[in-house]
Structures are given as structure tokens and as C-alpha cells.
Design a protein around this ligand. Structure first.
Ligand SMILES: Cc1ncc(COP(=O)(O)O)c(C=O)c1O
Length: 350
């Protein structure tokens, strides 16, 4: 029997994750993971939950976690849904709002998964180029899109747009606006989240992840905040038990130890400043980053060769082989020792 994938799936390249090597001697700065471990209280909560209770299914709607998130973010628990990473929340949103031929808009360059999710769904990509200042492009609201994504701060540029501009965009788009705040805890200002917008703008969804500031990428946990009709729709399309018991406990404990997360964020912000300065001294053009990574451009240099040379020295960073980014490198911000090793290696190569 011939296996016939849906034509749009057959035509897809598929998602290529960054290289995964870990262990002794590898400095892994290619996937925007946190260089510090999760809170000891989180690890204790995971250990406590690792018992015979694992034979039971988890709470289908992660109510304990949603209650904890409600207290931290000041939003009713019925306006929150938990996901197996924010990637799963993106998939749920696509299932809710995008069918064959529906348009999905986003400014480019941005998180590469948006393209892939649109293709899986048989939707129509409606990318709009960012200008050099990475402000919200004027034409973004005019795309007649069922779904519009705005990554804020944006990946891979690290740039941030203001909540007032996002509110204006939400009022102007035809469909739902998803604000992906995977990196917002690393922004310089405290009050730049769009979560507050969901109270007055029923078409706004805000996504958060525990993979970055909370150091829990391996546990796969995300949260979405939105109006009731959107959350109710997402509840319908999610997998039955989408978040496992250990992840739900880990995320709940992480929300009860915010000082741990904030201390790590401050350390990363300090190293971000050190790395940015050093890269500029080496002739890179560096975007001011509000994230745990830095995008740096070195016009006229074969930056791919630099990435490969760093790899031979067991330092992994990211190069994007796509138009507009092919003269850029993206460096995840690491510990002080990792930053020093990276800067020393780059000095030898440039
Ligand atoms: C912009 C953005 N959104 C979402 C995600 C996915 O996060 P999660 O690990 O929660 O699936 C990432 C991961 O790198 C990201 O960069």
C-alpha cells in the first residue's frame, strides 16, 4: 500500500532543532536555554511527585498550576490554559483558528516554528518584513489573517515593542492576535507584558514558557492567557492529558519561587551586557537585546565559517541560513565563564 501523506505535509521540510550535544566540555549557546539550574524547590517538588502516584493520569486541565499562575499573574484561572511547552499552545491555536487556505500573518524574521505550523495546517503564510528598527510593520494589521503572531521580545532579533503599539495592533487586526512572550522575563523593564490586555481585548492571546527564565526546557511547560471563548476553544482541541504530573508540579513550584528565577535573570542580563559590549568592540553590529540571547551581524564576514570553527572548539552557537540573517550569528547568553570562553575564542577567529 502506498503511504500518501497530505500533500502539504509531504511537501514540508520539517522542523530541524538545534544540535543537542551536552556533557563535559561543550558550551551550548545555540538553543536559548538557561545556563543555571531550576530552583532547588522545583527539584524537590519533582522528587516528591516521583512515587507510585505516577500510575494515575495527571489532572486533565492542570488546575493546580492554573491556580498558582492566577495568583502570580493576577488573571482568573479560567483565563489560563497550560500546555506541553508553548509550542503545544501554538499548535492548539492553529487547530482552533486556522483551516485550509486561512491566512496567518507575522512579521519576519521571527520564530521559525510559525511557518511550519501554518504549513501543517494547510494555511497560507502571510509574512511581513520588519524594517531596520524592528517596529511593528504598518501592513501587519492589513493581512486579513485568521491569526496574527507577534513574538515580543522577538526571536531572533531580541527587540521589544511597546504594549500600547500591541493594543493598537489588536484593535486593527481582523482575527486573533497571539503575543508570544517566551523571553519577556529578560526584558529590561518590568511592566512590558501584554497579559493585562486580555481584560479589555478579547482577541488577544499571550503565551509564556517555563523553558527560558525558569530553566525548565526539559519539562515542557507553557501557559496561555486569553478571554474565555479562546481558552474554552483551546481546552476542546488539546490532548486529553497534555501536561504530565511531574511537569505540572515543577511549574507550580517554580511559580512559588520567583526570587530564584529573578536572580538568574539578573545574572543573565549582566552577561548580556558584557557580551554585547565585547561583540561591538570586535566589529559586530549588535541589536539591543531584551532576551537571553544576542543577535550580531558582521557584514562582509563569512559568519558561517565562524560558527563552524567555534563548533570545532566545542562552543555551539546558531547561524540561520536564511535571506536577511545569513550574515548574523545568535549567541545564547551563558554563565560568566562561558561568556569569557566565547569571547576569547571569537578574538582568535576574527
Ligand atoms: C519565540 C519562542 N516561542 C516559543 C518557544 C517554545 O518554547 P517551549 O519550550 O515552551 O515550547 C521558543 C523556543 O525556543 C521560542 O523561541
Amino acid at each position: 500500500m502506498a503511504i500518501r501523506l497530505r500533500p502539504n505535509v509531504a511537501a514540508m521540510a520539517g522542523y530541524v532543532p538545534g544540535e543537542q550535544p551536552r556533557g563535559k566540555g561543550v558550551i551550548k549557546l545555540n538553543a536559548n536555554e538557561n545556563p543555571y539550574p531550576p530552583s532547588p524547590k522545583v527539584l524537590a517538588a519533582i522528587r516528591r511527585a516521583t512515587d507510585g502516584g505516577l500510575r494515575f493520569y495527571p489532572e486533565a486541565t492542570s488546575d493546580g498550576l492554573r491556580a498558582a499562575a492566577s495568583r502570580v499573574y493576577g488573571v482568573g484561572a479560567d483565563h489560563i490554559i497550560a500546555g506541553n511547552g508553548s509550542d503545544e499552545l501554538l499548535t492548539m491555536l492553529m487547530r482552533c483558528f486556522v483551516g485550509e487556505g486561512d491566512r496567518v500573518a507575522y512579521p519576519m524574521p521571527t520564530y521559525s516554528l510559525y511557518d511550519i505550523l501554518v504549513d501543517i495546517q494547510g494555511g497560507v503564510r502571510a509574512p511581513v518584513e520588519y524594517g531596520p528598527d524592528f517596529a511593528i510593520p504598518k501592513s501587519l494589521a492589513k493581512q486579513r489573517a485568521a491569526l496574527t503572531f507577534l513574538c515580543n521580545p522577538n526571536a531572533p532579533s531580541g527587540t521589544l515593542v511597546q504594549t500600547a503599539d500591541i493594543a493598537r495592533l489588536a484593535r486593527a487586526v481582523r482575527g486573533v492576535l497571539v503575543v508570544d512572550e517566551a523571553y519577556i522575563d529578560f526584558a529590561a523593564a518590568r511592566d512590558c507584558s501584554s497579559i493585562g490586555l486580555i481584560r479589555r481585548l478579547p482577541n488577544v492571546v499571550v503565551l509564556r514558557t517555563f523553558s527560558k527564565s525558569f530553566s525548565l526546557a526539559g519539562m515542557r511547560i507553557g501557559l496561555a492567557f486569553a478571554s474565555r471563548p479562546i481558552i474554552d476553544g483551546m481546552m476542546k482541541v488539546k490532548d486529553s492529558y497534555n501536561l504530565n504530573r511531574l511537569s505540572a508540579e515543577a511549574a507550580t513550584a517554580a511559580l512559588r519561587d520567583l526570587p530564584w528565577m529573578r536572580r538568574n535573570v539578573r545574572r543573565i542580563q549582566e552577561q548580556r551586557a558584557v557580551l554585547t559590549r565585547a561583540l561591538r568592540e570586535m566589529g559586530f553590529e549588535v541589536y539591543d537585546s531584551h532576551t537571553n540571547f544576542v543577535l550580531a551581524r558582521h557584514p562582509g564576514t563569512d559568519v558561517r565559517a565562524i560558527q563552524q570553527a567555534l563548533k570545532r572548539r566545542r562552543i555551539l552557537i546558531r547561524h540561520f541560513d536564511v535571506p536577511g540573517l545569513d550574515d548574523c550569528l545568535r549567541f545564547t547568553v551563558g554563565t560568566p565563564a562561558e561568556t569569557t570562553a566565547l569571547i576569547t575564542a571569537l578574538h582568535r577567529l576574527l
